[in-house]
Design a protein around this ligand. Structure first.
Ligand SMILES: [Zn+2]
Length: 199
């Protein structure tokens, strides 16, 4: 059975948000339309406590988009975004997917960032999504949302490694594209056997 996973379509990643992805708003009608074709839909929601370790503001002397080394590798420092309970963390107001069955929150551990819907950035701490999908026999997943080269990309790779058949609908995604990250993500997804639909 198929499930659609809509990644992080939240105000802070859309126009006017603190970590706006160019064209993020433009995907919302496409995402809504895509969701109508799925009986089973999961929404992911980036959900950080204030002062989260992925925020540049938590690291004196650093600016957003700097990188630092942490226990689990290199971490990009982001502007404060998707703080629990704030308007920025809420789903885009035009996102219209009332039949979504699960809202999966990630990034709530203060010391670990979480791009992937399946594992936090230490690549070991599971979010529980793989077990949820497997128990419900949802073995084919389609991904869309924000951002193509971060949360969608890591979710797609981890989904594939967790044994799911994975499709990414690129027209219903937008990327951040830092230092060639978008091209790298597209290449890695193709190499991993992920089906890419769109341009
Ligand atoms: Zn985040």
């Amino acid at each position: 059975m198929r499930a659609l996973i809509i990644v992080d379509v939240q105000n802070d990643f859309c126009e006017g948000g603190s970590l706006a992805v160019a064209g993020g708003d433009a995907i919302v009608p496409l995402v809504n339309r895509l969701a109508q074709g799925f009986a089973h839909v999961v929404l992911t929601q980036d959900w950080h406590p204030a002062g989260h370790s992925s925020f540049a503001s938590a690291h004196p002397g650093h600016q957003p988009f700097d990188t630092i080394e942490v226990d689990y590798g290199t971490q990009i420092l982001w502007p404060d975004h998707c703080v629990q309970g704030t308007r920025g963390a809420a789903f885009h107001t035009k996102l219209d997917v009332p039949h979504a069955e699960l809202v999966l929150r990630k990034g709530f551990r203060a010391a670990i960032d979480s791009y992937s819907a399946f594992f936090e950035n230490d690549r070991r701490t599971p979010t529980g999504l793989a077990a949820y999908l497997k128990e419900r026999r949802l073995d084919r997943i389609t991904l869309c949302g924000l951002a193509t080269d971060f949360c969608v990309f890591y979710s797609a790779i981890d989904g594939r490694q967790s044994g799911f058949e994975v499709t990414v609908v690129t027209d219903a995604c937008r990327g951040i594209d830092m230092d060639g990250s978008l091209a790298n993500a597209m290449r890695s997804m193709k190499e991993a056997g992920i089906t890419i639909l769109g341009h």
